[in-house]
Write a protein that binds this ligand. Sequence first.
Ligand SMILES: [Fe+2]
Length: 496
Amino acid sequence: MSGNYHKDAKSILVVDDDLSIRSLIADALREVGYSNIRETENGIQALETFRKEACDLVISDLKMPGMGGLELLSQIKELNPSTPVIIMTGYPTINIAVSSMKEGAFDFLTKPFTIKNLIFKVELYLKERSILTEEDLNIEKTNWKLSEKIRKLSIINLIYERIEKTQGDNDDIFQEIVMLALNVTGGEKCLLVLFDEANDKYYRKIFQIKSEHSISPASLGEGDAMVESLKGFFKEVVQKRGALLLNSKETNGFYGSLICAPLIIRNKVFAVITVTSKDAVYNFTRKDLSYMLNITARASLHLENKLLYESLFGSIMDTFEALVHSIHARDNYTERHSQSVTKLALNTARAMNCSACEIESLKISSLLHDIGKIAIPDKILLKEGPLTDEEYTVIKDHPIIGENILKPVVLIDAERKIIRHHHERWDGKGYPDGLSGEDIPFLSRILSVADSFDAMTTDRPYRKALSIDKATAELQKNRNIQFDKNVVDAFIRSEG
Ligand SMILES: [Fe+2]
């Protein structure tokens, strides 16, 4: 049973009388892949839209002229009780909280809220919908149990809070999610393995038995045996990047029932968490699966922020900055150049309305784009005077060398590609692959314009710098010859 779904197949209705908030939410949803978004400015319009075509999820403001959020909520619940509705409010009170829950609101967000938090909730509820079968939905329709819903909401809130509040190192977070998994599913054993993609291996990170306070060496042996016997399931989870729920018959009764779910960072599965039930009689339910999806989604998000930007990514970036500095020891130009290209490229990207993700990617690749020059001999890199054809061929290797230097760092796959192609030309006459037009990665096209402009406006051993005007004219002249014309236009806009 998978919790995956196609984002573009899901329709979301965003209702708010404040245009700026409405657009902010709609844009953020589109950015993460939801293309089917409808927007209305009050409850009446929303209801009309919903009557014409029901949607999978509604996000609504509480206070709006005409018809407010609570009224809309109760009307939607009459039309389709299983549609998740998220209510946003600037003034949360217990009364509103209780009455919206009585009306069947799934959740509410207190303004100001973070977009990340909203997206998480949207994904959570849509995921949950895709797990529940028609039969489950019918049971829900006829047997509306407020206490059950509140219990579920509190468990989900608990999951958010516990993961969000976990301080300490990554092991503490792993330990916390293992404990949560055991608690919310009522499972007996929980195993968290790290996935080493390069060697296709799984390593036991945490193994916990609910009834044991601390883990004995004998239990650790059991954990390792479990890694061996569950490998096939891990593989399946990694391949489909979605969770598995199996009952005791499907697992041959050995482990009882099991839920196996991936932890994903930057689109890569880096760990798999598995809970198993006490015996062959106890089977996990779809609700347990949805809790596990909550845990893994939240933990992945948390770890992504933490791992990526604080420790792992931070130290990787420190290492690379040190490398850029080491080029500086030989060549004054490269370091200053890297920083100024980064600035120009980011300004252009902002002028082209790039997403936060693209901007982050471009920042890394601009800073490191010439890192391959580290392998170019001094006599060529520092040569005063024009290069021979042979020397030029050596220089032209630097994008590929740069890509290779960064190869061991799986977290920057996308950036490596951008670096490889920063000397491609729109007309296909660039290097190393002679890509042309839109085959060149978009961010490489931005990097190329920023790179060339900075090179033209800097004194080099073999020629004087061009003036800003002359360099700009040079970019203009090469629109759709060397450079993507849209990028040139955005560059000029951003620098003008
Ligand atoms: Fe370069």
